[in-house]
Design a protein around this ligand. Structure first.
Ligand SMILES: CC(C)(COP(=O)(O)OP(=O)(O)OC[C@H]1O[C@@H](n2cnc3c(N)ncnc32)[C@H](O)[C@@H]1OP(=O)(O)O)[C@@H](O)C(=O)NCCC(=O)NCCS
Length: 498
């Protein structure tokens, strides 16, 4: 017992010493007593001693490696901010950017409030749409647009029955589409009660209708061509295109079963410009998703109107004098000053239109294809931006204009130029007609995308290309805005001042 006790106390002592050695980082290995390292050699304690010895050996080994680990504390490695490190988590930096943006804009906001007071006036918004509360020309124009929808449907029905020849059908469609563009433009230009904002709204609806009915005409023609080809080959299931996204058990429409009022109006309201006989459908309407999108729409409309009145308009007003005097340095200063609110408003418009309202409509109609935009913010080339920022328009351009031109043997360069020309025409149409002023700033801006795309693609890559795309968006738009507002001001108010 006494021995055991003694050994026990020695072991306890040894353990205490070892832990003390572990705890003390500086105690050298040579100073550990030999007896503790090897164990007590007395015969009666042999098994225990062996165990102790093994334990002590492993302790020593771990101690050795522990100490050598303590001796070296460097290895070859890259700094996080150098590209060779492969580090890419900049979440904190992004947050910092947002905090800086909020802080700097809070200062601007305060400065603006102190200088101008509260300029937000919701009643003024109504006056932008209506000159006279008893006359609603823009709304009447929108209601009249139903006539063109019915004409297109009627023509397609007659074509499907063979009552109209393809030539007659083409002629009626051509006239219908031409009137869709010219009739509202004539009304806006000739009727003084149409305000610029009301006019732009009505023309926007007519332009969308033009693109939709053009697509409707093309797809039904393709269906008839498919029927003819299949009939010649004696194939069954005439012109019933089978979409890959079609779910089993869902009712599938075949040509000419699609030529109904219901199908036509579904397409007219669906958030797409490209017609299809069987659109992909979502299984149900998700109420919470729908309400969230509705809330976002209402929220962003308020913010857009408020910021335009409080932030954009005072800067634009203060830019008129430098523009008149052709004071280049002041003009540049005003342009840069306008660039920030203009860009913020454009980003908000993008979210509220392409995400909130398009998803809202799609959810309501159970329209399945929600790809309204892609990651245009990562664009490293101008081409990539135009392919990804407005998918409905890009899809229409590819399907109904670009690819048909390529199929007819037109070169890629000429086809791309033709698409941008068409786009430039519509941009100018949507601005110049409501303003009743033809200045070609929007047209030039769109056409300038071609040389810009060439320049960025040729000389800039990666982040430099991305920065160039952002710069063109941030600076290009306010430039066009200033030019139009200046010309409008000179045209309408300059002589009143004099
Ligand atoms: C002009 C425009 C249509 C070119 O688009 P793009 O994607 O750069 O064109 P690409 O040459 O890469 O070819 C696109 C398609 O044509 C096909 N194509 C190319 N050459 C072809 C040929 N000779 N024959 C048939 N198809 C061809 C490609 O295979 C590709 O098909 P996919 O879409 O099924 O993959 C595009 O830049 C555009 O939409 N611009 C205008 C956008 C606009 O104005 N938006 C307004 C927003 S407010």
């Amino acid at each position: 017992m006494g021995d055991l006790n003694t050994t026990g106390s020695i072991t306890r002592k040894r353990r205490a010493t070892l832990s003390a050695a572990k705890a003390s980082n500086l105690q050298p290995l040579s100073e550990i007593p030999a007896r503790l390292a090897l164990g007590d050699p007395s015969p009666e304690n042999e098994p225990r001693n062996r165990r102790e010895r093994t334990k002590t050996k492993s302790d020593t080994r771990s101690q050795n490696s522990d100490i050598s680990a303590r001796l070296s504390c460097h290895k070859t490695q890259q700094s996080l901010l150098s590209s060779a490190s492969g580090y890419s988590n900049y979440r904190g930096i992004l947050n910092w950017c947002v905090v800086m943006l909020v802080l700097s804009n809070a200062r601007l906001f305060l400065e603006n409030l102190l200088k101008y007071g509260v300029l937000v006036d919701p009643v003024q918004v109504i006056s932008l749409f209506l000159n006279d509360p008893y006359s609603w020309p823009a709304a009447c124009l929108v209601i009249v647009s139903n006539v063109f929808i019915v004409v297109a449907l009627y023509t397609e029905r007659q074509l499907s029955k063979g009552s109209f020849s393809e030539r007659v059908g083409f002629l009626i469609h051509f006239i219908n589409l031409a009137v869709i563009l010219t009739f509202p433009a004539a009304v806006v230009l000739l009727l003084p009660s149409v305000t610029p904002v009301g006019g732009a709204f009505a023309l926007g609806i007519y332009t969308i209708l033009f693109l939709k009915l053009y697509s409707y005409k093309d797809v039904n023609l393709w269906c008839r061509e498919l029927s003819t080809v299949k009939a010649r080959r004696m194939v069954r299931s005439l012109s019933c295109p089978t979409p890959q996204h079609f779910h089993k058990g869902e009712h599938k429409v075949c040509y000419p079963g699609n030529l109904t009022i219901r199908d036509m109006y579904y397409f007219v309201f669906a958030p797409t410009l490209c017609y299809e006989l069987n659109f992909p459908r979502s299984p149900e309407i998700r109420m919470s998703f729908l309400l969230r999108r509705l809330f976002e729409m209402l929220f962003f409309i308020q913010i857009l109107v408020g910021l335009t009145q409080q932030w954009m308009i005072p800067i634009i007003q203060s830019s008129m004098k430098p523009l008149e005097d052709m004071d280049l340095s002041l003009m540049t200063e005003r342009l840069l000053r306008l660039a920030v609110p203009n860009h913020l408003l454009w980003l908000m418009f993008f979210y509220s239109f392409f995400h909130s309202s398009m998803n809202f409509t799609a959810e309501l109609l159970r329209f399945g294809d929600r790809q309204f935009y892609k990651d245009w913010w990562n664009s490293e080339s101008v081409t990539y931006f135009w392919q990804n920022w407005n998918i409905p328009v890009h899809k229409w351009c590819l399907r109904h204009f670009y690819k048909p031109l390529l199929r007819r043997g037109v070169s890629k360069m000429a086809s791309q130029s033709a698409v941008f020309f068409l786009s430039a025409f519509f941009h100018e149409y949507l601005v110049s007609v409501p303003l009743r002023m033809f200045r070609l700033w929007a047209f030039t801006g769109m056409m300038a995308q071609l040389p810009l795309a060439w320049f960025v693609g040729r000389f800039l890559r990666g982040n430099y290309g991305n920065a160039a795309v952002w710069m063109s968006l941030i600076i290009g738009q306010p430039f066009a805005v200033l030019m139009y507002v200046h010309d409008y001001y000179v045209m309408h108010y300059k002589h009143e001042e004099a």
